[in-house]
Structures are given as structure tokens and as C-alpha cells.
Design a protein around this ligand. Structure first.
Ligand code: 5GP
Ligand code: ZN
Length: 114
């Protein structure tokens, strides 16, 4: 499959991971929208939230329960605050069709989002 984030996750495209484990990798967004802008990407190709399967529950929980708080702490944005975003589909602003979680911090966020 010709998928950018599969290639990054499997090392075909060299990247600097700020975190990796058996199920996810995390690296800096190439076009950061905040001083800290990290993408957390499952190694497994999942096109979007719509494509989650029952077997992905542990993975989804791992990202939110383990990885996001750990990275927020490592990046020292856990106390100041941060935003977690999963863009989904065209109107959701998804441009890479391999599920990824944006972790954004280091500045005040606005609401509503654009
Ligand atoms: P989406 O718009 O699908 O929610 O987010 C895709 C994100 O991937 C964008 O923020 C974009 O800047 C980022 N991105 C696209 N291509 C690359 C790349 O080759 N390397 C990195 N590090 N980020 C990328
Ligand atoms: Zn993929």
C-alpha cells in the first residue's frame, strides 16, 4: 500500500521518532501549527476513526491513556495544557488517510477551531 505514514512507521522513510513502541510511533509534524506539534501514529494501517475495528480498542486506549499523557509530560505541556485532535474525513480536515493523533501545545488554543 502506498501510504506515507506506513512508510514513516516502518522506517522506509527515515524519521526522528520522539517516541516509539510496539504499536505506535510519534514524530514532529512537518508543518507545525504550535510550538509543540506531535503526530502519534499507529504502526497498523487504519484509515481513520471510521475504520477502527473491535480489536483496536487496546490500541486506541494505549494512545490516549499511555502515550498522550507521557508525551505531554515529556514536552512539559501537561500543566500548561494542550490539544488532542483526530481529523477525520474531508470536512474534518484529514489529509493523510492513515489514522493519526495530533498533540498540540506550547501556546494558547482558540475555540471554536477553524
Ligand atoms: P491531517 O490533515 O491528515 O489531520 O494531518 C496530516 C498532518 O501530517 C499534517 O499536519 C501535515 O503537516 C503532516 N505531514 C504530512 N506529510 C508529512 C511528512 O512527510 N512528515 C511529517 N513529519 N509530517 C507530515
Ligand atoms: Zn498507512
Amino acid at each position: 500500500m502506498d501510504c506515507l505514514f506506513c512508510k514513516i512507521a516502518n522506517g522506509e522513510i527515515p524519521s526522528n521518532f520522539i517516541y516509539e513502541d510496539e504499536s505506535v510511533v510519534a514524530f514532529r509534524d512537518i508543518n507545525p501549527q504550535a510550538p509543540q506539534h506531535i503526530l502519534i501514529v499507529p504502526r497498523k494501517h487504519i484509515a481513520s476513526i471510521n475504520a477502527f475495528e473491535v480489536d483496536d480498542k487496546d490500541l486506541a486506549a494505549h494512545i490516549l491513556v499511555d502515550v498522550v499523557p507521557k508525551l505531554a509530560k515529556d514536552l512539559k505541556i501537561d500543566e500548561s495544557g494542550y490539544r488532542v485532535v483526530i481529523n477525520t474525513g474531508d470536512e474534518g480536515g484529514q489529509t493523510v488517510h492513515h489514522l493519526h493523533v495530533h498533540l498540540l501545545g506550547g501556546r494558547s488554543m482558540q475555540w471554536p477551531p477553524g
